[in-house]
Design a protein around this ligand. Sequence first.
Ligand code: URA
Length: 438
Amino acid sequence: MLVTDLIRRKRDGAELQRDEIAFLVDSYTRDAIPDYQMSAWLMAVVLRGMSRAELAALTESMLNSGEVLSFSELPAPKVDKHSTGGVGDKTSLVIAPIVASAGLYVPMISGRGLGHTGGTLDKLESIPGFSVNLSVADFRRVLAQCGTGLIGQTKEIAPADKKIYALRDVTGTVESPYLICASIMSKKLAEGIDALVLDVKTGSGAFMKAEKDAVFLAELMVETGQRLGKRIAALITDMDQPLGRAVGNALEVAECVDILNGQGPADLRELCLVLSAWMFLLGKRVQGIDQGRELAEQMISSGKAREKFREMIRLQGGNPAVVDDPGLLPRAAQTADIKSPASGFVTGFMCEQIGTAGVLLGGGRARKEDSVDPAVGIMVHKKVGDRVTAGEPLCTIHYNSAERLQQAQPLIVQSYRIESAMALQKRALVHRIIGDQS
Ligand code: URA
């Protein structure tokens, strides 16, 4: 098979066969196809889309590129949650300990920052010593011992997604519902889970900006999960402004600790409770969402979720003392406030720009080989609906390079919409639910 032929046919809108897609995925995973050819093919998919048969072939080739785990020996249901990506979207770090502390298993395979969005793995790696690169044997051990483990795609599990994800991050090939569906579902289906809750973001900080596109993506993923026998629900949630107040790896870990301590921003806490409740429901730990929410609240107020987070950090080689003293997390050398140019109300954000500013500060990657700066980021003080006076800080930038600050600052300033009156209604956090509502 000629790769150039497969690229040209996809470019021209033809439907590829199952064996052709399997050949591409397999060859790229084995380093037999160079990055430039795979990037060209991915771009053709972004522009042309895929048929359902092509999507199934892509997802299954990516899933079977590595080991498909089974945890049938574990005595309780295995459940996970995955987000399609947002700005300040850090719920995994809170939810995994909440759900595991109530007796379900949460084997979580996550990703790094992608495009303008942050990634769970980069956030976890800001905890000194924390390893997301566990072998399958170590992942099993951590999961059995503590009820949750958070790792990345490896050479053993979802290796095709590991390579394709890193390539998409830096080639403008993220925003395709087909590529997002295959990426997420290949990882999640390799985890040996019984049920999955998807957090599908919509709004100016999401990959799917329009709600109808988010719904389409949610339907693709729910369909894929159900075909492979999983209980699955997708919540379409708001990403029109950063979630919580922290954007940036170590800053976000500190904010997660606040939530586990029963504090922190209300929107982040609320989304963590709702997603945990759905995990409890699909994991058959509770009979209804309200009961699930109460259970999640109890896991926080009793301190059990915080203890679980500490245990997970310790078992994965990190310094658990960050839970008691977030000051042990990396800190940027400098900070700069962005002041409001006018008095009035914050009525909106161009939220993607806040994420891009975080990448420019060094919190994400411009090239595959780049490492991230765990300390940099943005603390958002004013959000939609907040009143501001001219000169008051809208947010604080944490930075380590004046040059990077100069690139990021204008994006943040332009991102804020400030108007004299607050005409607008606040958007709901959860817009709708698709899939298993049992
Ligand atoms: N999360 C993933 O794991 N993959 C994507 O493509 C987007 C979000």
